[in-house]
Ligand binder design. Structure first.
Ligand SMILES: [Zn+2]
Length: 80
């Protein structure tokens, strides 16, 4: 019984160590920062653009203005 408890303690300690190492890599290293930036960029690209007048559009359908701003294609047609 005692051996089982000690083994369980080791397993918990190893799990905590791995979790600590993983979070330290993720939060405190340039590699982690880069990974988080890539993840944020992908999330932003996947999200849809929501026009207040015409509803949602996929990011590919948006029109990029010379200023860098993005507008929905129907708003662009109406103003152009
Ligand atoms: Zn619109």
């Amino acid at each position: 019984m005692r051996v089982i408890l000690i083994d369980l303690l080791y397993i918990v300690a190893i799990g905590l160590a791995v979790a600590t190492l993983g979070s330290a890599l993720w939060l405190r290293t340039p590699w982690g920062l880069r990974r988080r930036q890539v993840q944020n960029r992908r999330r932003a690209e996947r999200s849809e653009f929501r026009c207040a007048v015409h509803g949602t559009f996929p990011q590919e359908a948006l029109v990029r203005l010379p200023t860098g701003e993005r507008v929905c294609p129907r708003c662009y047609e109406e103003t152009a």
